[in-house]
Design a binder for this molecule. Sequence first.
Ligand code: ADP
Ligand code: ZN
Ligand code: ZN
Length: 731
Amino acid sequence: MAIAKVEPLTTARALRGPFDYRLPERMEGVGVGTVLRVPFGRRRVLGVVVEIAERSELPPERLAEPLEALEAGVPAELVRLGLWTAREYCSTPSRGLQLVLPPGTGSGGRRVGPRLERRVALTGAGRDALAGGARLGSRQRAVLEALAEANGGGDLPARQLAVASGSDSATLRRLESRGLVELRQERALRRPRVAAVGDAPGAIRFTAEQEDAAATIVGAIGRGEERELLVHGVTGSGKTEVYLRGAEAALARDRGAIVLVPEIALTPQTLARFRERFGDVVALLHSALREGERYDEWERLRSGAARLCVGPRSAVFAPVSELGLIVIDEEHDPSYKQEGDPRYDARHVARRRAAEAGAVLIAGSATPRPESWLELPRLELSRRVDGRELPEVEVLDMRGDDRRGGPLHPATRKALEALRAEGGKGILLLNRRGWAPHLSCRSCGHTWGCPRCDVSLVVHRSTERLTCHHCGHAEPVPDSCPECGSVTLARHGAGTERLESLLSGLLDPLPVFRLDSDSAGRGGGHPEILARFQDAEAGVLLGTQMVAKGHDFSDVVLSVVLDADAALRFPDFRAEERAFALIAQLAGRSGRGEAGGRVLVQTLAPDAPAIEAAARHDAPGFLAGELERRRALRYPPFAHLVRVELAAGEAADADRVAGGLRSVLEGALPEGSELLGPAPRVRLRGRHRRQLLLKTGDRGATVAAVRDAVEAAARGRALRGAALSVDVDPQ
Ligand code: ADP
Ligand code: ZN
Ligand code: ZN
């Protein structure tokens, strides 16, 4: 008797699966990865088969049978990867499996499936009838003529034929009964539309550096080696061309490939280049596709019709078989980390997947992470393919009393005036939305904070509201102080909204385009704003960090970072790394065209190592210093971090649960681990938060200890009133 071990797709933490089900003979095809509907307690739920066994520890009469098997199953290797991810990130098997399921399969059941379409084909008899002047009604004739003219041999969807010929299904049935057409039900694929982005490349002759990098990669793929490599190359050094060469080598050996990009907004340009090279074997997977499109793209990969997948972090779970290559483009980007449970890091999952598949892994960036710099062999692309030097970066000191210039340094102001006079393009980065980040009363000092979060409310002028950027709380901008009645209120600092207004005045008549999550909602989305900037003769693109990511404009002559130390002020050991990457990335995007480029960095900390190194375009120098600092402080990559966060409506509950968890963990951690906290964190959405931080050399044992503690707490009632989340390798 065959037993299916099934992991039910439920959210409960305390469940210990998998559970055994007896497979009846009619379910013979069921294997690891099949999605089943099963009776579970008094409910019916979906579950995934994680193992097929000969026998169960339970007597057969106590085993239930599955109710049905759903059509699309998950490849066995992805079942293993999903379960591994769950364990690695201290989540549940169900949550891990959700990552690898066919799109639309939820715990509640399936919402999408394949779409069938009725197609009509012309038969030989039909062709003769048309040519030989057989007796045909006018609509019948119109149908046959439309089919004869259809390209690819006289076959059309019935829906399209109805429009072309005015036929209805009675006409079609009559033609079918005379043997003149054939009606078929066929699978119709829903394909995402791809807009062409960027210029079509001309014929390319690789530089010597590209040849060397490609030879290493292609060689490893050719020998079927399992290999991890870092491609370190400035923007415009031809990294993507090297990835394309690698993908070509993989496909030539009948192996598949996955190409990860940091965000959905960046998929079109990468997809367009891979499609142009490889055509239909390229599939696209991301959460913003329509559900039907996603399902069909997933199916195309699963069936092998498509062999290469482009997408953001979730595409690391794409059903590509015989994987030969994974590319992680812009590998430094924090968006590779998932925010919700399981808080997986696609870069870490990719390494595991590549190792399991015997595939080559390439991480690429101009500003690699310290982890990758230390651990991966490097392939260097040290210069731009157009032979241009990197632009000069000027650091502008914003210390000093004279702030009458507002948020712009006099040198920045001058550069913008020159831009206006000469008519060029510029990019300005200010990582703060809204008009002003704080409002206060000039008489009594009262400040406006969010009632549910411990943060200040941000003034937004277009909506005339004070808004919380964490929870969305909004209230009208007040006329007077509720404490003292004074009407002199001060708006401190500047966000993108205020800067837009300032620049519009300064640059008039040049257009100013604002790109942040407010303007994107208002103005038809990022691609539209970026396209308008691209098409403009001259003008300025102003925005939050979105402007520094991946977009390539050849004609930008001026880039400005307005508050370079904003990233440095974050209380986080990655603050230096982030600040460096942000500045270096923006600088790398400047001056790629004829006109050359200039980069200005405004800062209150001109001597900070991250800023100095970014100004020199010196990634190796920065990384060497940063790795020393991390080694001394015992931060990753020299240790692993695990963060446990507790949130509760009442501060006392948060304290009680955090304290309880601490004492459980104290005895359970492997030797040499440190346990810090519980430390209070900023209250958000009315929830009091506490954090425990673990530093350890033994990641596996530490995660296991945390998992046991969390599961025990969930099974008992210790968690009452509190929510708990575990973040392994927090970003
Ligand atoms: P990166 O990914 O490092 O930013 P790309 O591969 O996108 O660099 O290359 C930048 C541009 O230069 C692209 O338009 C690409 O087609 C072109 N390019 C790449 N390599 C060469 C080369 N060896 N000769 C000429 N053009 C090249
Ligand atoms: Zn007041
Ligand atoms: Zn709030």
